[in-house]
Design a binder for this molecule. Structure first.
Ligand code: ADP
Ligand code: MG
Length: 433
């Protein structure tokens, strides 16, 4: 047994068997690179690595010192091949094909937020070209627009129809390529002779006049022959801007349906479905936890599930709540890296209807103080800013003023239920931007 293993054995006696098996047991000691004052351990992945660093590093250093009688610094680091392996498992899930065969109606969970769009797309898939033409679906990122549109595409393709699915960006590139190669006739043939045209993220055509012109003619040709057109965008046609009037009005000719963020129950249904599809087993408390922490983006939920799956496979362990919380913490931290004081202040200011400049001013009215306290608390909690930096940003005398405010806020959180709820609510808003 090498010295590293001996120290891990010592640690084993001080922690639970579960923590040992789950984390410490996964470490390997590098006998070659370690020296009398440096101990290097490899962790199999970033999660374990960070976890051990934060929870056990000091303990390990202490045990080394006990064992050999002099100071040793412990370094926990990654075996690079492992990271690559995780990335690969996660990436394998992302398929690139024209119509994704798993984007089918059966896999799409319906709730109040998407009921209308779902019904519209379903009816188009049953009677294409006759019911709503064009069908225009709009909504935020990751809410299922592409999934729904392709679900109709899959049904119609299975009926032998010639279905084209493309993003408006690909459509534009295809157009430019044909112009360059002087093969515009082929381009027209392709898009004007299909039975069903699905164009995703049409907002990309905004302010691109030439392609709008071309698309207009494609649209007219298909529409005249009752060929079904389905479009998606991040906004209502009226709000896209930079669209030719005639296009904008045509987009509203058929039916415009929106998708909203899923409610909690729908999120839970979606998670359960994704687990079933990906053969991931999660208990209800874990499912509920993920559904409450992730605000709306379903793609993000999927990312978490595949990460959970990948880690649990590599580590040969079952996924439990503690483990899930750790993975999510990582994910939230990742997002928080991009959070700035400006963004937080802006969100608080919008929510409380007070200008950012006022929040950062020296004003003492009750509303201002309230907003400022919340902003300071969130900035401290969710960014890496130091107290002097916060003092500077919020126009306070120095770091003691900030520290005083933080103490005050912590008291309020303890004593004032309404204040606590507001803090939680805004924390959620800020971490989900
Ligand atoms: P959008 O095109 O609106 O950005 P996508 O259609 O790409 O979103 O959806 C993102 C992911 O979330 C997809 O993998 C999709 O299968 C999944 N998804 C979204 N909404 C639902 C839902 N209601 N039921 C099941 N899966 C969903
Ligand atoms: Mg999409």
């Amino acid at each position: 047994m090498n010295i590293g293993q001996e120290v891990l054995e010592l640690l084993k006696e001080e922690i639970t068997q579960q923590s040992y098996d789950r984390y410490i047991k996964q470490l390997t000691y590098d006998t070659k690179k370690s020296s009398s004052d440096l101990a290097i351990f490899y962790a199999p992945n970033a999660l374990i690595c960070n976890w051990i660093k934060s929870k056990y590093k000091e303990k390990l250093e202490h045990l080394f010192e006990v064992k050999i009688g002099s100071k040793v610094s412990v370094k926990i680091t990654l075996k690079t091949s492992t990271e690559r392996k995780i990335k690969k498992i996660t990436e394998q899930k992302i398929q690139h094909s024209l119509l994704n065969p798993s984007h089918i109606f059966d896999n799409f969970m319906v709730g109040g937020s998407n009921q209308f769009a779902y019904t519209a797309v379903k009816s188009v898939s049953e009677k294409s070209g006759k019911n709503y033409n064009p069908l225009f679906i709009y909504g935020g990122v990751g809410l299922g627009k592409t999934h729904l549109m392709q679900a109709a595409g899959n049904v119609l393709q299975n009926q032998g129809k010639n279905v084209i699915y493309t993003t408006s960006e690909q459509f534009l590139n295809d157009f430019l390529r044909h112009v360059r190669n002087q093969t515009m006739e082929n381009f027209k043939d392709k898009y004007r002779k299909c039975d069903v045209l699905l164009i995703d993220d049409i907002q990309f055509l905004s302010n691109k006049d030439v392609i709008q012109e071309e698309f207009f003619h494609t649209f007219e040709a298909l529409k005249n022959e009752n060929k079904q057109i389905i479009l998606t965008a991040d906004k209502h046609p009226k709000k896209i801007g930079g669209l030719e009037k005639r296009l904008q009005s045509r987009f509203e000719w058929g039916l415009v349906a929106d998708i909203q963020s899923p409610e909690l129950e729908t999120k839970i249904l979606i998670i359960k479905k994704k687990c079933e599809i990906n053969k991931v087993v999660l208990t209800n408390d874990i499912i509920n936890y993920i559904a409450t922490v992730i605000e709306s983006n379903v793609r993000e939920i999927e990312g978490i599930l595949s990460k959970l799956h990948a880690y649990s496979q590599l580590m040969h362990i079952d996924i439990d709540l503690e483990f899930t919380k750790n993975i999510l913490k990582d994910q939230l931290l990742e997002k928080q890296k991009d959070l700035t004081l400006d963004i937080i202040t802006k969100i608080v200011s919008k929510d409380l209807n007070i200008k950012p400049t006022e929040i950062r001013s020296k004003g003492r009215s009750k509303n201002l103080v309230y907003a400022r306290r919340i902003a300071i608390y969130l900035c401290r909690d969710l960014t890496q800013s130091t107290m002097p930096q916060l003092a500077l940003y919020f126009g306070m005398k120095d770091h003691t003023a900030i520290s005083h405010t933080l103490r005050k806020i912590n008291l309020l959180i303890k004593d004032d239920e309404d204040f606590k709820v507001k803090i939680d609510e805004l924390t959620n808003k800020v971490t989900n931007v």
